[in-house]
Write a protein that binds this ligand. Structure first.
Ligand SMILES: NC(=O)c1ccc[n+]([C@@H]2O[C@H](COP(=O)([O-])OP(=O)(O)OC[C@H]3O[C@@H](n4cnc5c(N)ncnc54)[C@H](OP(=O)(O)O)[C@@H]3O)[C@@H](O)[C@H]2O)c1
Length: 315
């Protein structure tokens, strides 16, 4: 069976990608820095290599032996205030990881590398016609801090590495930002924090579809091309939030903070991210043959909310 090295395979999107790899008959090999996370994976009979992308290690040998690879490694991007200094440290770490990871595949028989960036690279799309891969970009939020990594890719592509770059939109599921920002507060009857005067567009994608789309691109993505990973229906973020309340049968209470206060509480990077429209088309992903299990948030949110509630009842 073909092997796929997944850097970031213990993370939020990575966990879904490992599952999708197994479901499609590939053998995932997960790179992690953590012995504890490695043990959890080994118990599930998942292959692991312990290592740090920023350091030399056994993972570089593994990279030479696999057919496919996925890059999902990243310093944390959410959960607390992000100052420009933190964002610049993120940028440095991200760029360094990108270089070390891609260097490991030079002169190797690798068939495809899926590199995960994010739609903030394209900046504020506005809420008109959904944007496409070839549209011009002015990175916003995290975008300026991942742009140097994305720029590096063209050097590697010109050296012959078969890289496909994927840009997921809002990847929603029962963990990560959706749990922190919406599921927990709405379930507990606490207010959801929003930005006064803003109702930016979301281009969501269900976490399972995101993992499946990444694996799909391993065999269906064109070398050197970009693919935006979003579902069929960009929607105003308030609609996304309100459907969670409807499925939970809870009233969504809100606390609206002005932009200047958000800047103080979360910092400029997350404020810019939270106010920018994310409005994208998935035409190219679908033209590559990808079929969604959850074509819109209308199917996906009830599944996520019900799974999450079941989990709450167990604890
Ligand atoms: N979440 C979203 O909604 C979303 C949307 C669009 C784009 N993205 C992008 O998708 C990527 C993955 O996001 P995520 O939310 O899944 O991230 P995450 O849950 O924070 O996971 C980050 C992963 O990076 C690994 N990692 C960090 N530093 C490493 C290092 N030095 N060496 C090796 N591995 C390292 C971690 O592995 P260990 O701790 O096990 O070593 C972990 O598996 C990020 O680039 C993110 O910006 C995310």
């Amino acid at each position: 069976m073909s092997k796929v090295l997944i850097a970031g395979g213990t993370g939020y999107i990575g966990t879904a990608t490992v599952k999708a790899a197994l479901d499609s008959g590939l053998t995932p090999v997960v790179l992690t820095r953590s012995e504890e996370k490695a043990e959890v994976l080994r118990k599930k009979n998942i292959e692991v290599v312990i290592g740090d992308l920023l350091e030399k290690g056994e993972w570089q040998e593994v990279a030479k032996s696999v057919e496919y690879a996925v890059f999902l490694a990243s310093p944390p991007t959410w959960g607390k205030k992000v100052t420009r200094k933190i964002a610049l440290a993120f940028q440095k770490g991200h760029e360094e990881m990108t270089k070390k990871f891609l260097d490991a595949f030079i002169s190797s028989p690798i068939k495809k590398i899926i590199y995960i960036a994010g739609t903030s690279y394209y900046g504020d799309t506005g809420n008109g016609t959904p944007k496409k891969e070839e549209d011009t970009n002015e990175p916003k939020g995290w975008g300026p801090y991942i742009a140097p990594s994305v720029k590096l890719l063209s050097n590697y592509i010109s050296k012959g590495l078969p890289i496909v770059t994927a840009f997921p939109g809002q990847v929603y599921g029962p963990d990560s930002w959706m749990q922190q920002l919406f599921l927990n507060p709405i379930y507990q009857g606490k207010p959801v924090t929003g930005l006064k005067g803003y109702n930016p567009m979301f281009s969501p994608i269900h976490i399972d579809d995101c993992g499946r789309a990444i694996i799909h691109l391993l065999t269906n993505g064109m070398d050197g091309e970009r693919y935006i990973l979003v579902d069929d229906l960009p929607i105003p973020s308030h609609d996304f939030r309100n459907l969670i309340g409807d499925v939970m049968q809870k009233t969504v209470r809100t606390r609206e903070v002005p932009r200047w206060l958000c800047n103080i509480l979360l910092g400029p990077v997350l404020t810019e991210y939270a106010t920018a429209h994310t409005n994208f088309s998935n035409e190219k992903l679908k033209a590559a043959g990808f079929v969604f299990e959850y074509p819109t948030y209308r199917e996906g949110i009830p599944q996520v909310v019900n799974e999450w509630i079941e989990k709450q009842k167990k604890y």
